[in-house]
Design a protein around this ligand. Structure first.
Ligand code: ASP
Length: 321
């Protein structure tokens, strides 16, 4: 059986000092591992990269620990606006921006890919169209968790836009400098299946206290999401404004294509030399099964499945990467 690879992330950031108790660490690791296990079963049974990427992201959207689907962060208006994108190695893609009623925005993105002639649908009109497509709906309070409400109260009080996993240091400066308001906590998956196909999927609630209508990098092809059989599949997480301005995923792809850089080299340069420190990270796998998960924050919730390993990580001190 050819090699398969599944990488997932659940957001990157600077975790507040006392956030990662042993109990929380276990909770996050367990959730990530469950998704990895499910992905492994599917991949071993011959599932396509697309199915595995969508199912992995949908599971993460359903878990209230992460900033996507249920558990998403709130906008300044106290509402939820969700973004997601799916891209396949054959360059087909679909995305939704600022939708409010889809239980699983990644499934909405997949509907856009197959059932419309467009790449991206946004806002209330997207919600109306998705309803006609039979996409499962959820009321806004389905997405609400006490933890996110508290984050919004704090952010409003400080008049800040906040990353999901942010302390008051470097990342806050990035988020709150006049031009650079940004997020973290997003989920994503990239897959190479046993047929040699690639797929990338990303889903997010955005940034706490963001202006209604703000859209980050996650649903933007070439910024937070990209797949191309000639190079790799990428899903990013971090300060979306930077990922857009640095066209992060496209930069990695073109470095591989036109500069002959390896995936690891290209991703390392973009994440650790181009992007500002503290702005985020990516997960990426190439069509030969090489993979990498660089990040320039203190933490990135992430995990890997290959034929011979299954492991979830949070901090920097892991030797595997
Ligand atoms: N990149 C996402 C955004 O800017 C947030 C995140 O990664 O947590 O919307």
């Amino acid at each position: 059986m050819p090699d398969y690879v599944l990488l997932i992330h659940g957001g990157a950031g600077q975790l507040p000092a006392n956030f990662l108790t042993a109990e929380r660490e276990q909770e996050y690791t367990q959730q990530l591992s469950q998704v990895l296990n499910k992905g492994k079963q599917l991949l071993m049974a011959g599932a396509k990269a697309e199915q595995v990427a969508v199912e992995a992201v949908a599971l993460l959207e359903n878990c209230s620990l992460f900033n996507a689907g249920c558990g998403s962060v709130l906008t300044h208006a106290g509402t939820f606006e969700l973004d997601a994108a799916l891209m396949l190695g054959n360059r087909r893609s679909g995305a939704v921006m600022a939708v409010k009623q889809c239980k699983n925005p990644i499934i909405a993105a997949q509907k856009v890919l197959y059932n419309s002639v467009h790449n991206t649908l946004a806002g209330p009109e997207a919600d109306s169209w998705l309803l006609t497509q039979g996409v499962e709906q959820a009321p806004q309070d389905y997405f609400l968790t006490e933890h996110r409400l508290q984050q919004l109260r704090e952010a409003r009080q400080k008049q800040q836009v906040q990353l999901d996993h942010a302390d008051n240091g470097e990342v806050q400066q990035l988020l709150n400098s006049p031009l650079d308001e940004s997020p973290m906590g997003t989920v994503g998956a990239v897959v190479l299946d046993i047929h040699g196909e690639l797929a990338a999927a990303t889903s997010t609630g955005g940034v706490t206290n963001q202006l209604p209508g703000r859209v980050g990098d996650s649903p933007i092809i070439g910024a937070g999401t990209l797949a191309d059989q000639r190079s790799c599949a990428i899903s990013g997480t971090g300060v979306g404004e930077y990922f857009i301005r640095y066209t992060v995923a496209a930069d990695i792809h073109y470095r591989m294509l036109f500069k002959g850089q390896s995936l690891a080299e290209a991703a390392e340069v973009v994440v650790n030399q181009q992007l500002p420190a503290g702005s985020g990270g990516v997960i990426a796998v190439d069509s030969h099964g090489q993979w990498t998960m660089p990040f320039n924050t203190s933490h990135m919730f992430r995990g890997v499945v290959t034929a011979d390993q299954l492991k979830a990580f949070i901090g920097k001190d892991e030797s595997l990467i």
